[in-house]
Design a binder for this molecule. Structure first.
Ligand code: SF4
Ligand code: SF4
Length: 354
């Protein structure tokens, strides 16, 4: 489990346990939820449609055996049900926002009843944009609920009528893999629900989503040229696990994500010129497009690297990168090369000749 999130969560539970620190605990929880939601935003906005229904760990035991789409659906259906039907006793966001129709989901349940290939088939049907909007609305609505809850309510429990209301809502399947949820939630007090569906449950599933996403990126990069259009090495990039490279559909390179079609201007320009990369372009030294935008911190180092590739080729470039990364991390390497593109080129040449 992500150590940072896990530690923060432990601190939150300690703060929530005492009246004097309860409000600080809620504030920290909302902050942690925002931080984790950022991961969902990046995934929902960055990856191609097929990424959401693939199961790269289909036979594994654990949450990473699911899909990205299922994970988002499951986290926020549970939260919506618990926050609204159980705690606030009002209408769920899925109903108010008519999200089932917008998302195209064949079910309104938590999805616990779905197994194996059923999860992939279910995931294929979902409209990811609408699913993301739903998740965001549920997250914000729960944040409001959390801010309104008082310390005195923490020990409030639930009764048989709460169980009946949940069962009647039809939001929990009668399947043996799902029906235990009603007892599980109703046997907790409000503090117990904050501890699981509103925090720990997120951590476990978002962690699993990261594993799925990293594996999909790794698979996408197999056999793909590791040199980016701008001259950066995807093999050495700090975003290597997060980004599938600009030569795949799993491109979440910083400049690409600024554009609706996720295509970096350098990549677009190279394909218009029908060249392999900016290192084949005569305008390289004076170019200010995309990654080479003058106010981009990485522009000079990327240009230096592209100039090196033009002179010595990709094989030499990757060898030099290997050597540099034995001593420096990605950020330091880019800093060294980025003072000035000509100086950066000299550093690379020096490294190559020694
Ligand atoms: S962020 Fe850019 S350099 Fe890094 S892996 Fe993605 S495309 Fe490659
Ligand atoms: S003009 Fe700039 S972005 Fe376009 S191919 Fe040349 S160096 Fe790359």
């Amino acid at each position: 489990m992500n150590n940072e999130w896990s530690e923060k969560n432990k601190r939150i539970q300690i703060l929530l346990a005492k009246e004097a620190t309860y409000k600080d605990g809620i504030e920290l929880l909302v902050e942690l939820r925002r931080e984790m939601f950022e991961q969902i935003t990046q995934i929902a906005n960055g990856y191609p449609a097929k990424a959401f229904y693939q199961m790269p760990f289909a036979n594994a035991k654990g949450y990473h055996s699911k899909t990205l789409a299922y994970s988002i659906w499951h986290i926020f259906r549970i939260e919506d049900i618990v926050a609204h039907t159980l705690i606030a006793k009002d209408e769920q966001i899925i109903v108010i926002g008519e999200y089932q129709k917008k998302i195209g989901s064949p079910v309104i349940t938590t999805g616990n009843e779905l197994q194996g290939q059923e999860i992939a088939e279910f995931s294929k049907k979902l409209n990811i944009k609408a699913l993301y909007e739903y998740a965001k609305e549920v997250m914000l609505s729960t944040n409001t609920l959390l801010a309104e809850l008082q310390y005195s309510q923490m020990k409030n429990g639930f009764s048989d009528s709460d169980k009946e209301r949940l069962a009647e809502s039809g939001c929990v399947s009668q399947d043996e893999n799902a029906r235990w949820l009603i007892d599980y939630w109703c046997n907790k007090d409000i503090r117990g629900l904050i501890k699981m569906p509103f925090s720990r449950h997120w951590i476990m599933h978002i962690e699993a989503m990261r594993r799925i996403k990293n594996k999909l990126c790794k698979n996408a990069r197999k056999g793909v040229d590791p040199v980016g259009y701008c001259g950066l090495s995807c093999n050495h990039c700090f975003l290597g696990e997060w980004c599938g490279s600009c030569r795949t559909k799993y491109n979440v390179c910083s400049f690409a994500t600024l554009y609706e079609d996720k295509r970096c201007p350098n990549m677009v320009c190279c394909s218009e010129k029908n060249i392999d990369g900016c290192y084949e372009c005569s305008e390289l030294e004076n170019c200010t497009k995309g990654f080479y935008t003058p106010d981009n911190d990485g522009s000079a180092s990327a240009e230096a690297q592209a100039m090196f590739i033009r002179k010595y080729g990709k094989k030499a470039f990757l060898k030099v990168q290997d050597k540099l990364h034995e001593r420096f991390d990605f950020a330091k390497t880019q800093e060294l090369l980025g003072q000035d593109m000509y100086e950066g080129l000299k550093i690379l040449e020096n490294e190559y000749s020694t």
